[in-house]
Design a protein around this ligand. Structure first.
Ligand code: ZN
Length: 299
């Protein structure tokens, strides 16, 4: 009788621990900020595609993935490609990390952000803190979470290059991947700065399954999750505004997460010191939570 009771208490305790784990924030918030600060620091010289700062930032990103115990897709992190703009040739490199799914390893959820930014102009470094060091640092939080709690579907964590030169990295990826294997693209670009504490999510209107997940979704914190900027509300339509665009063009479902444009957008003062730290932590927790809802079902 006593043993049975102890067993029952143990089961109850374990259940409540696992509940707590599911609901708790499952990434290191201080590390999120720390990595974002490093990525947007002057030493990476604005991370412009084809330049030295972009190369060093790429090395930093791969080093972080490795330290978190995440492997490159198909044995390598680096996917280089060439493209031309007005007779000028660019070398660019996407970074692709993979976490194998436990139940549907052949199906992929692609979580993305872009690692390039605008570089240096005159004596000004364009640090691109919100755009998009915020999204790339969030990829590391996903890596932390997914190595602890393996996903059902395989996950690719992708840091695209050359977003600022016309979504080139995402285009290259979509043209070279077996797109039938991709369930959805979750793209993060500018998720760390909102005076109004509002995170926009775009793309659910194109996919009924995503729409119903979002309709049922409750924010796990006090940041508002707004659907809009999607061609339905008279605001600027963000359907093609970042790397989710090429996925949409290839008929792959997507959700894009971002905050409203601000006065530092594409300016040299898009710096770490001016982000909204609590909003940023909340935004990453929200995106992680939406990822969990998607991974729990099969779209
Ligand atoms: Zn961007």
């Amino acid at each position: 009788m006593k043993l049975k009771l102890i067993f029952l208490l143990l089961v109850m305790a374990c259940t409540s621990i696992s509940c707590a784990q599911n609901n708790a924030i499952s990434f290191d918030e201080d590390k999120l900020l720390e990595r974002m600060e490093i990525l947007s620091s002057d030493k990476f010289e604005g991370r412009r595609t084809g330049e030295k700062g972009n190369d060093s930032a790429r090395a930093y990103i791969i080093e972080q993935f490795k330290a978190l115990g995440v492997s490159g897709y198909n044995g390598t992190f680096e996917y280089p490609f060439l493209f031309e703009v007005r007779n000028r040739e660019f070398n660019a490199t996407n970074i692709v990390a993979e976490i194998k799914g436990s139940e549907y390893p052949e199906k992929y959820i692609v979580i993305s952000a872009h690692h390039d930014h605008l570089g240096v102009s005159g004596d000004k470094i364009f640090n691109g803190a919100d755009d998009d060091a915020s999204g790339v640092a969030a990829l590391f939080s996903f890596a932390e979470y997914l190595t602890k709690y393996p996903p059902k579907h395989s996950v690719l964590l992708v840091a695209f290059d050359a977003e600022e030169i016309g979504l080139r990295g995402a285009k290259h990826f979509v043209e070279n991947f077996d797109n039938d294997k991709i369930l959805v693209n979750l793209n993060m670009d500018m998720i760390s700065r909102s005076a109004k504490n509002e995170l926009y999510v775009v793309g659910a209107r194109y996919n009924p399954a995503l729409a119903s997940i979002l309709d049922d979704f409750e924010s796990p914190n006090n940041t508002k999750v707004l659907q809009g900027h999607d061609g339905t509300d008279g605001k600027q339509d963000w359907t093609m505004s970042s790397d989710h665009g090429p996925f949409h063009m290839a008929d792959i479902p997507f959700l894009y997460f971002g905050n409203e444009d601000h006065k530092a957008y594409h300016k040299a003062n898009d710096v770490f010191e001016d982000i909204t730290p609590q909003f940023y932590k909340n935004a990453v927790a929200i995106i992680l939570s939406i990822f969990k809802s998607i991974d729990a079902v099969s779209l």
